[in-house]
Structure formats: C-alpha cells, structure tokens
Ligand binder design. Sequence first.
Ligand code: ADP
Length: 351
Amino acid sequence: MKSPNPYKLLLFGASAVAICCVFSFLIIDLLFSLRINWLLITGSFIIVFTLSYFVFSFILRRFIYDKIKLIYKTIHTLKVQKEEKIKDIDIHEDIIHRVSTDVADWAEEHKKEIEDLKKLESYRKEFLGNVSHELKTPIFNIQGYILTLLDGAMDDLKVNREYLEKTEKNIDRMIHIIQDLEIISSLESGEIKLEFSKFDIIALTREIYELLEVKAKRKKIVLGFHEGISSDSKIYVFADKEKIRQVLTNLIDNSINYGNENGRTKVSFYDMDENILTEISDNGIGINEKHIPRLFERFYRVDKSRSRNQGGSGLGLAIVKHIIESHKQTINVRSAPGVGSTFSFTLKKDY
Ligand code: ADP
C-alpha cells in the first residue's frame, strides 16, 4: 500500500484551515454588514493559507525529522553520512516509502549476517565435536595401556614392550591429527601464502614414492608411472612445490591405505594446453558413488574403522582440496567399489 504523501497532507491541512477561517469571516461579515466583501475574503484566505502552510510545514518537518532520525538511529550507528541523509529529507517526496525501503534493506542485510553467523556457529560446534572425538580414541587407548602396565603388565616381559609400542602408535596418531589440524586451520584462515615456482612434478612424485616405499612394500603394492614416462622424463609446472608435495603425499598415501594387497598405484600426467592434469590411480577397495559428493569434507570417512586403523585423521582430502583450490585449479575423483579410485588435479604448466 502506498503511504500518504506529506506534501499533499500539508496542502490539504493548510487549505482546510484557510477555508474554515474564511467561512468564519464570511459568517461574521454577513452577521454584521449583510453583504459579502470578496476582497476581504480572498485576502484573508491567502494570508491564512500561507501562514498555516508554513506553520504546518515546520511542524511536519520537525515531526518527520525526529521520528525518522529515531528509526535511522536504531538501524544504523548514526554517522555523519546518515545525519546528512536525514537532513536532506524533502517532504515533497514519499518519505515513508523511502524509510521503509531503507529499513527493509537493512533488515535483509542483517538477516544474511545472522544466517552467516549461525552457519559459522554450527560449523564451529561441529568442528570442535569432531576434533574432540578424534582425539578421544587415542587418549583413551594410551590411558588403557599405561594403566595396564602400571597394574603389573610392566613386569610381564611378554606384553610390556607390545603395550609400549601400541602407546607409541597412538601418540603418533595424535601427532598426525594435530599436524593436519594445524595445516587445515592455517589454510582456512588464509594465513598461508603460496610460494610459486617452476618445478618438475615427475621428480617430486619420485621423491614421495621413495618415502612411501617401505609402507607400500608391506602391502606388496607397486608404485609406478604411466607408460611413456622414462627415468629422464620431465614435466614442469608452476605452483607451490611444498604444498603440492603435501597433495601428492596425501593422495599416494591414501592409494596405499585403501589399496589391496599385491595392488598397484599409478601416477599419470596429461598435457592440457595451459595445464598439466595429474592422475593418481589405484586398484583398491574403491568408493561407492553415494560418498563421492562428501569425500572432501573435513572428517568425512567412508569406512570409519578402516581409516582409523590406518592412522588417518580424516582431514587428508580436505587439505588436498584446499591446496588445489587456492591454486585456482580443480580436483576430481572417479571411483568404483572393488575396482579402484582415480584422483586427478590440474596445475599450471611451465616450460
Ligand atoms: P583419512 O585420514 O580417513 O584417509 P582422507 O580425507 O584422506 O582421510 O580420506 C577420506 C576418506 O575417503 C577415507 O576415510 C576413505 O574412506 C576415502 N578414501 C580416500 N582415498 C581413497 C582411495 N584411494 N580409495 C578408497 N577410499 C579412499
């Protein structure tokens, strides 16, 4: 509904007062002289109309100014800019409409702000819940082993070493979780700056293969390259080398963790004009299609017990996605249960 125009109200009010006065003059005039003095009537109409117009205008302006100032004060912390906004109020325009539009804009802005804060709050709660859940298991395990040792197992030569080794494994797991948490929180807070340089991604993959060789051998998994890549092949990319080391380590480590005994991990590279596409594929347990959309979320796991047994923090893929996206590149996954998985990402090519 359109709000009444104050200017029209003002004209209407001043006319009403002037007409009332003129009628009073007319009646008094008729009563005393029994004739109509048109000059006096017209003159008094103009004078009364002008006077009441200015009086009404002043009152209306004050009234609107005070009320609107109050509204603007409520919705904004009143700054000079806003004061000016109020002072230049023109009663000829539809002020009520203007104020209601400003209030609606403000409400919309704040609704979004509140929604964002609510989302952040639930993310914070969920994150804290996940972190404490992740840390609870190794802490309780450590407590269990230590208590058993103190209760007498310490003197039992058959189990004391085994319990200490298990304690050490759980401490390792906690360290891994904390390191991943540190990486993800610095990536999310935008603290980490990328340091771009030109490097050979094949050489980097070889370095990671060397580090993970022992782990792969335990499961008899062969780490290799796509055919066509020889010992002197080089592919240059322009990226943050250390961050890409982290990406490749997480993906190759996963291919071993979720790979089958006697399996294989293969890294391939494809030239895509401006970019190099890197693929890490395994013939392991694979992932059901329904899990794919959530796979890169923090702490998301397909098989919780298997992941924890491997010492996984559930943050590896979230870190990978963050790093690739901060390079303004993309990451993808193709997988089929029982067949295997392929994770692929792009990086800027260098020459
Ligand atoms: P985690 O520490 O549990 O390995 P990630 O974020 O690295 O955490 O991976 C999330 C989940 O994705 C894993 O728990 C696992 O279920 C699944 N996953 C990751 N990589 C593979 C893979 N190569 N094959 C099968 N499943 C995988």
